[in-house]
Design a protein around this ligand. Sequence first.
Ligand code: TXA
Ligand code: MG
Length: 336
Amino acid sequence: MNPEVLIVDPEQPSEATIAVAAATIRRGELVAFPTETVYGLGANALDEKAVWRIYTAKGRVSTNPLIVHVASAQAAQDVVSEWPQVAQTLAETFWPGPLTLVLPKQKCVPAVVTGGGETVAVRAPSHPVARALLNASGLPIAAPSANPSNRISATSAEHVVRAMGDRVDLILDAGPTSGGLESTVLDLTVSPPRLLRPGLISVAAIEAALEQNISTTQSVPEASVPQRSPGMLSRHYAPTARLVLAKDDGSTQVEAFIAKGVRVGWLQFGALPIEEPAGCRFTEMPREAGQYATALYAELHRMNAAGVDRIVVAAIPEDPQWLAIRDRLQRAASPE
Ligand code: TXA
Ligand code: MG
């Protein structure tokens, strides 16, 4: 059985459609919905059974906690047990938006949401459809990205349909998401705050808002050590085809693969120095970080759908604006 897909205007979602989705959430079912970053796979965060269905649908390990989406900073305080000044400042500056804050959890949040831990990740998304759904349901909504575990996040409803199929009850289709990469995850249970996952809100913007440096040392995520952000396991964002990060424009590697008969995808900048053979897919990527982020997952999905065996990615700029993109590319390229 295919999931029900309801088309919804990304700017002015129809109240009737949102009411159907909100009722679905309240019934304990799963709704995939757009956010400004990627599509989320949502369930009532206060309903233990409903949240378990998210883990089953994604094939996600139960120790990897979920982000709880809320309508406002006020609503966030219903799921966290502490709301320090740093949280207030960051919420005032970046919410609604792609910043996730990790804080001690309230009792009402079931352990299944937090991977058994005592902290909960919260964010107020800015996408009008996500906001309408949160307001109409009157509930906090637990939602990971709407993709099977260890696969590329969904940035369109088609990605959700293709990858999650009937494991979702309802999909709200508001077209492709604008951000393209996931939110920044920041741990506020330590001082200074610590970056757990780079994302659409930059470290520089966070530091400017807090008038304080944050800790950005990335721990090497190992399955054997207790993890601060378990979703940061290296392969988390892996596409299906093996991804190769080039040190230059990648043309030498692309040519070598073609010579061996490997169907290769190529994400590069500028004009193509060589012609695209049949079965291969070469894409000129935007040179601006924000636009690159918007296009990246969609392009990786397209390359996989085209059946390429390898994806060569031309080196990206060293600039801090490219931090989250570099992070996702490195994880996708890391060996199993
Ligand atoms: O942009 C986004 O954040 C999207 C949209 C749907 O909001 N969501 C998303 O969720 O990317 P997910 O589940 O794919 O990634 C959540 C990340 C994981 O790395 C997870 O380990 C981390 O947040 N996380 C969640 N709760 C945590 C907690 N209590 N402590 C530390 N890390 C946590
Ligand atoms: Mg994810």
